[in-house]
Design a protein around this ligand. Structure first.
Ligand SMILES: NC(=O)c1ccc[n+]([C@@H]2O[C@H](COP(=O)([O-])OP(=O)(O)OC[C@H]3O[C@@H](n4cnc5c(N)ncnc54)[C@H](OP(=O)(O)O)[C@@H]3O)[C@@H](O)[C@H]2O)c1
Length: 332
């Protein structure tokens, strides 16, 4: 049996070691669809998992990578044919099942999205879980009646993957976007993506009372913790705050005041567990009316499997803005 390369993570208690190694197809976790992976991407969760900074991988050994795009090689499910271009994001890959940092991946048919017209495999992975999540936030917020007239949308952790796409997708949808970034050097980048204002967390000057003056129509929050609590208190009547991430911290200490006096909604966003009909709808929109105009500028680095550990380190130390694409085999 032919062997192939994978970034395989070995966990032994608290010891986590990621190794670029060769393996064979019969070692892959089970599924109906075998895919030749062309591209993957680097997400915060990937960096946490492969370095052991977060407990993400649930079995050992396991190939890391929560995103993959490539070509179907074999399928026992009649919905997919060899040669078909497909995307898999989340759905437990790189966590419970072998992930996208490998030349081959075998996945459950229920997690496979046919590549929509309007996207290449490469574009799909520049977007990856980050783009999908930003679009899911817009979908959740608009379904809960968020409208541009309600005021600006604050995007935190704005220079990161989800943040960069939230800035673009919300501004393209007619919202004024205020981007919050700890990186002074990212101001020009975020303005180019469509941010009306770019601020540091200190510039925001948010209060700490249970209710504060209304400043934002809603927010997309990637950082959690104290900043999220403050944003809730400054959110407009009936505004929505999408809770995406925990780049600062997972804890949230707040009061019920924004919810009971202003009807503010704190919306959960779980890209991993998005049901298939909504998943396909979000990808269709990302390939058409919500396709970010500055997709290529959001791609700031392309790496191979062998460069991943350095990319994780840079991401976790906040030395990266935009997206890191993993090229495993170029498109055609
Ligand atoms: N809910 C979901 O389905 C879902 C999906 C994808 C990601 N996420 C989560 O969303 C967050 C962003 O993911 P990502 O892939 O976009 O990561 P990323 O590219 O690393 O972006 C994270 C951004 O957060 C900011 N940040 C980093 N460390 C911080 C800290 N200690 N305090 C405050 N801000 C900090 C930085 O932005 P600035 O330097 O510009 O401030 C960084 O660029 C992560 O927590 C991730 O786990 C959740």
């Amino acid at each position: 049996m032919k062997s192939f390369w994978a970034l395989r993570v070995h966990t032994n208690g608290d010891d986590v070691a990621a190794k670029l190694q060769q393996m064979t197809q019969d070692e892959l976790t089970a599924g109906e669809v075998l895919i030749g992976v062309h591209y993957s991407s680097v997400n915060y969760k990937d960096a946490l998992g492969a370095t052991g900074k977060g407990k993400i991988l649930r079995r050992s050994p396991l190939n890391a990578g929560i995103d993959a795009a490539g070509m179907v090689l074999e399928s026992s499910d009649p919905r997919f044919q060899p040669g078909q271009k497909v995307i898999v994001t989340g759905c437990g890959i790189g966590e419970n099942d072998d992930g996208g940092y490998a030349e081959l991946i075998r996945v459950k048919a229920s997690s496979v999205v046919p590549l929509p017209e309007g996207l290449t495999l490469k574009e799909a992975m520049i977007l990856g879980t980050a783009g999908f999540t930003a679009a899911l936030a817009l979908s959740r917020m608009e379904n809960n009646h968020q409208r541009p007239e309600m005021g600006p949308i604050l995007v935190t952790g704005a220079s990161g993957g989800v943040g960069s796409f939230a800035v673009q997708i919300f501004s393209q949808a007619g919202y004024d976007v205020h981007a919050v970034s700890g990186k002074h050097e990212a101001v020009r980048y975020l303005n180019t993506l469509g941010a009306k204002e770019v601020l540091t967390p200190a510039d925001l000057q948010l209060g700490r009372r249970p209710l504060e003056s209304v400043k934002y129509g809603g927010a997309v929050d990637n950082v959690g913790g104290g900043l999220l609590a403050q944003i809730l208190a400054h959110t407009q009547l009936w505004g929505n705050v999408a809770a995406i991430g925990l780049a600062d911290r997972a804890e949230l200490n707040t009061t019920v005041m924004p919810f009971i006096l202003r009807g503010v909604s704190l919306l959960g966003v779980s890209s991993n567990n998005t049901p298939m009909p909504l998943r396909q709808e979000i990808w269709r929109k990302l390939a058409s009316e919500w396709k970010p105009r500055h997709l290529q500028q959001t791609l700031t680095r392309t790496v191979g499997l062998k460069d991943l550990m350095g990319a994780f380190d840079d991401l976790l130390h906040r030395r990266v803005h935009g997206r890191i694409l993993v090229e495993i085999r170029s498109e055609e």
